[in-house]
Design a protein around this ligand. Structure first.
Ligand SMILES: *Cc1c(COP(=O)(O)O)cnc(C)c1O
Length: 384
């Protein structure tokens, strides 16, 4: 290989400057091209639920790659069927549709909500409501329900009929008889790791029921054990009509899922939606392995315990610590400078806003790693 393949000169510039090149991972550690080890509190943006190179995940991938990687949705495959059944058991929502990312899952949820209204003789029920501070992805529909103007720059006009009121209490008034669905996150991850108060979520659910709008809970980041229960909506006492998933579901193999009640799922009649890769044997077999580990009661208890300890240790590192399970944000004077200084100190974290830094370690993180992280980051906020 010549040197020019070692730079990102031919990769589009949308990710900005990236000084580090990662080549290997093991457990809670990532290793760069120079062989330097980093404690990974990004987990590939809340994706690597079981850390890097977890034996259960690598075995599932290897076994499946030897058996069948892909066969399209022209045919059933047993792994997709089993994963759908397991997610139905865990969510109480009887049907699943599989795709390949979070944005795609939300895109499918938008289409499902629209089509559900249309099929029920309400073709004018087309509007979508979402929360300020929320994030639902970068494709056009998902972008249009993401109320952050920075992400919209240069992409107007967006999908019509999408409303993101300026404040959480204004969301209730925005939900009307013309609303097809309201999208919420239980903890707004990209928005700065801010839990949405349970009373707000409950009021939104009640307003959805009152107006006939569907409640969609975006669990792309919060799902698969991240918040200490398999789904975050369990802790908010919600009964969503639709749940979207992605990130941690297959531990790093691309996958997305839309779960819906039997009643709502009926709107996806044959030919109404699809995905070539969605639910392929490799992704779903890997997801089955990940879900098998994460849905265990002892594992979820570990997430809650390690999370409580992480929260405690973060108190000394930044201010306004908030989050749930193993998903936290802190406020620092300058998030970008903090992230760079943390990497210098051997800890990987991500900026979510000018002054917010996110900690989403692999769910297998333990006290030893959390202590090492806290020791390495001691005093970093004061220096940036
Ligand atoms: C990351 C994220 C998405 C988008 O997922 P992609 O896989 O990047 O398309 C959507 N919703 C939430 C809550 C997310 O955190």
């Amino acid at each position: 290989m010549t040197a020019r393949y070692e730079t990102d000169a031919h990769v589009m510039g949308n990710y900005g400057e990236r000084p580090l090149t990662m080549v290997r991972g093991e457990g809670v550690y990532l290793y760069d091209a120079e062989g330097r080890a980093y404690l990974d509190f990004t987990a590939g943006i809340a994706v690597c639920a079981l850390g890097h190179a977890h034996p259960v995940v690598t075995q599932a991938i290897a076994d499946q790659a030897k058996t069948l990687i892909h066969c399209s949705n022209l045919y059933q495959n047993p792994w997709q069927n089993r994963l759908a059944a397991r997610l139905a058991e865990l969510s109480g929502l009887g049907k699943a549709f599989f795709c390949n990312s979070g944005a795609e899952a939300n895109e499918a949820a938008i289409k499902l909500a629209r089509r559900f209204a249309w099929q029920n003789g309400e073709p004018d029920r087309t509007e979508l409501v979402s929360l300020p501070g929320g994030f639902h992805g970068r494709t056009f529909g998902a972008l249009s329900i993401t109320g952050k103007s920075k992400y919209h720059e240069g992409f107007h006009p967006l999908v019509p009929g999408c409303a993101t009121p300026p404040a959480w209490d204004a969301v209730l008034e925005a939900i009307t008889e013309r609303t097809a669905a309201c999208f919420v996150e239980v903890v707004q991850g990209e928005g700065g790791v801010h839990p949405v108060p349970v009373e707000v979520l409950q009021a939104i659910q009640a307003r959805c029921r009152e107006t006939g709008a569907l409640l969609v809970v975006d669990e792309v980041q919060t799902g698969v054990g991240r918040t200490g229960t398999f789904f975050a909506f369990e802790q908010a006492g919600l009964e969503p009509d639709i749940v979207t998933m992605a990130k941690g579901l297959a531990g790093g193999v691309p996958i997305g899922a839309v779960l819906a009640s039997d009643r709502v799922a009926e709107a996806f009649t044959p030919g109404s939606h699809g995905s070539t890769f969605g639910g392929n044997p490799l992704a779903t077999a890997t997801a089955l392995a990940v879900v098998g580990v994460v849905s265990d009661a002892n594992f979820l208890a570990h997430v809650r315990e390690a999370g409580a300890y992480l929260r405690q240790r973060l108190e000394g590192i930044g201010t306004e610590v908030s989050g749930l399970g193993l998903m936290y944000g802190i406020t620092v004077p300058d998030a970008k400078a903090f992230v760079a200084a943390a990497a210098e100190a051997g800890v990987l974290v991500t900026a979510v806003g000018e002054t917010r830094v996110r900690f989403v370690p692999p769910l297998v993180v333990d006290r030893v790693h959390i202590d090492e992280m806290a020791d390495r980051l001691a005093g970093v906020a004061a220096r940036v």
